[in-house]
Design a protein around this ligand. Structure first.
Ligand code: GTP
Ligand code: SPV
Ligand code: MN
Length: 594
């Protein structure tokens, strides 16, 4: 399939190491993929779903101990520990290679090894980057085929260029104790072993498009971010684009595909999805910031997705989709918590155990997912494949905070905006293994995904700002404020459109705001609540007073936060956190104490 010497010799090297019985190159043809689906069905690796209900759709269960990204076993192996920084696990590259080669030795004996060329970004685009993943999992091949552009066309575009990202994945024994997800940024190398789940093994996604790409971006003057990209079409036909960085399972897919409330739709407003998880950002020749989505599909959280919360995501999953760790119904359909109020009876849960929905246990894993082609999405943007990307007006940071963070606020300028991103915090979710609901700092939603020292990453953000002529305004949102009884105080989902409109109006200089110690907050009357109908709890409908309450900046809570920010910044070695950010922190503290 290729005469590229660097590709061929690396594949030979990996085959000699892992010792598979057979080597198959993935050309991306439908015939080959269909044969792989049939083979995976025959071994039980995947199950064909009801083709009348869900044409082209399949079901997969992972091992019970392998259901999410494993941050504790994810490493950035730079030559020095300081280059990886205090927020990444690190090991000396030579030592790590030695350990990994030991684990890979003979790991594919008796198995087939698939060589999968893929592109992040449209093939042939000046911004696309190519990778090759070697894997012993058909499930990985089929998922990568949805999430990225794969096959012969990628090798053709690569030609004889030795510049590609190497990725080796072996399921091995799925042994948690020997599970490793390792990036070697200086070598363009990714190694994954003993997992078969999502972000651990679909190496184009978090490993390449964020960890390796963030490192490349710093060297080459661009940015790789954990961001959705959406377009808003105004009644007069104008389009504005926004990116948003929220931690895993904090609402990127939902915001990217939101449907505006009817009142706005009737006026002609529309939302278009460019991406739901990753953005690559560059400064264009006109000095504006442009974003492309390097992915080709959505690896979305299933629970909570329904006809009301996210009809576009649901529609995206109705064909050619792979479902992982959800519930399979008797008629070969799928179900998960929050899909509807009618859980199936007499079926198995995601683990394959008999399940009684009435006993309070969950049928689907909280991090169960769908892998759906982006082109299935009814609101996919016509710019989705635009190799130049879309111009960005606003950048939104956001987290899951029961208190402290108001519904929305705007930073004073780029530097302050970078500070706002750097102090992001969010409650942990099921997207990564470990405790759920614990507040942790997650700068720019990149804590698990930054391929180098986070201090250098912040400096890169500051440097990028200087290169952008028309800087996007930077905002922070929080859709997840809770009342004392644990009810969501803001309706969220489609109604987040109301906040987006204020955000874009601010970028145009068309909306007012109140200056607070943390930044600019909307005047309550400037968030359009027309026809908003939301019950926070039984008998309590959302009113403008509730809006006022979630827009309030509670100084005591913020002062508590200041201490935790100081601790966090304090983890970095002297001088690593840019002086501008320390000075923003000081400003914030002074403002709060005034
Ligand atoms: P990753 O794919 O892990 O990066 O997640 P994501 O950021 O794309 O999150 P996603 O949109 O899948 O949402 C995760 C969970 O948050 C789902 O259960 C949603 O139903 C819920 N969620 C999303 N948006 C909102 C919102 O505006 N309000 C509330 N209350 N919940 C939301
Ligand atoms: C996330 O955890 O942010 C995801 C899912 O988007 S995974 O691909 O597993 O990283
Ligand atoms: Mn994500």
């Amino acid at each position: 399939m290729t005469t590229n010497k660097a590709v061929l010799s690396w594949v030979d090297e990996m085959v000699a190491l892992t010792k598979p019985d057979r080597v198959v190159w993935i050309d991306g043809s439908e015939d080959q993929l269909e044969a792989l689906r049939a083979e995976a069905c025959s071994t039980g690796e995947i199950v064909k779903l009801n083709q009348d209900l869900l044409p082209g759709c399949y079901y997969h269960r992972t091992a019970v101990n392998d259901v999410a990204r494993v941050e504790g076993r994810t490493y950035i192996c730079t030559p020095t520990k300081e280059e990886a920084g205090p927020t990444n696990n690190w090991m000396d590259p030579a030592e790590m290679y030695k350990l990994l080669w030991g684990l890979y030795d003979g790991a594919m004996k008796g198995r087939t090894c698939y060589v999968l060329p893929y592109s992040m970004g449209p093939v042939g685009s000046p911004f696309a980057k190519y990778g090759i993943e070697i894997t012993d999992s058909i499930y990985v091949v089929l998922n990568m085929n949805i999430m990225t552009r794969v096959g012969q066309k990628v090798l053709d575009a690569l030609g004889d260029n030795p510049d590609f990202i190497k990725g080796i994945h072996a399921k091995a024994d799925l042994d948690e104790e020997n599970r490793y997800i390792v990036q070697f940024p200086q070598d363009n190398y990714i190694c994954s072993v003993n997992s078969g789940y999502g972000g651990n093994v679909l190496l184009g996604k978090k490993c390449f498009a964020l960890r390796i790409a963030s490192y490349l971006g710093r060297n080459e003057g661009w940015m790789a971010e954990h961001m959705l990209i959406l377009g808003i079409k105004y009644p007069d036909g104008t389009k504005k684009y926004v990116t948003g960085a929220f931690p895993s399972a904090c609402g990127k897919t939902n915001l990217a595909m939101l449907i505006p409330p009817k009142y706005f739709r009737d006026q002609g407003y529309e939302v278009e999805t460019v991406g739901d998880d990753i953005a690559w950002l560059r400064v264009g020749e006109d000095g504006q910031l442009y974003a492309i989505n390097p992915e080709y599909g959505f690896f979305g959280v299933a629970p909570g997705t329904n006809e009301k919360s996210n009809p576009n995501a649901l529609a995206s999953t109705r064909k050619n989709t792979i479902f992982t760790n959800v519930v399979m119904t008797k008629d070969g359909g799928v179900w998960w918590e929050g899909l509807d109020k009618n859980p199936p009876h007499g079926v198995e849960n995601w683990k394959g155990e008999p399940w009684n929905p009435d006993d309070g246990s969950k049928g689907a894993h909280p991090n169960s997912r769908f892998t759906a082609p982006a082109i299935n999405c009814p609101c996919i943007s016509p710019e989705f494949e635009n190799p130049q990307g879309v111009p960005i007006s606003a950048i939104i940071f956001g987290g899951r905070r029961a208190k402290t963070a108001p519904l929305v606020y705007e930073s004073r300028d780029w530097t302050h905006g970078v500070f706002v991103g750097s102090i992001m915090a969010s409650e942990t979710t099921a997207a990564a293994s470990g405790a759920v609901g614990v507040v942790r700092r997650d700068p720019m939603a990149m804590l698990p995904f930054c391929g180098y020292n986070m201090g250098d990453y912040w400096q890169h953000w500051l440097d990028m700002g200087k290169k952008i002529k028309k800087q996007p305004h930077i905002f922070n949102v929080n859709w997840f404020r809770l009342d004392d009884e644990g009810n969501f105080m803001w309706p969220g989902f489609g109604d987040n459109f109301r906040v987006l409109l204020w955000i874009l109006a601010r970028c145009e200089g068309k909306a007012d705001a109140v200056e607070t110690p943390i930044g600019f907050v909307p005047k309550p009357e400037d968030i359009d609540l027309t026809d908003l109908d939301y019950e926070i709890k039984k008998g309590h409908k959302f009113t403008e007073d509730d809006l006022k309450s979630i827009l309030t900046v509670e100084k005591d809570w913020w002062l508590e936060d200041i201490e935790s920010i100081k601790d966090f910044y304090g983890k970095f070695s002297e001088g690593k956190v840019p002086a501008e950010l320390w000075s923003e922190l000081e400003k914030l503290e002074n403002n709060l104490k005034k």
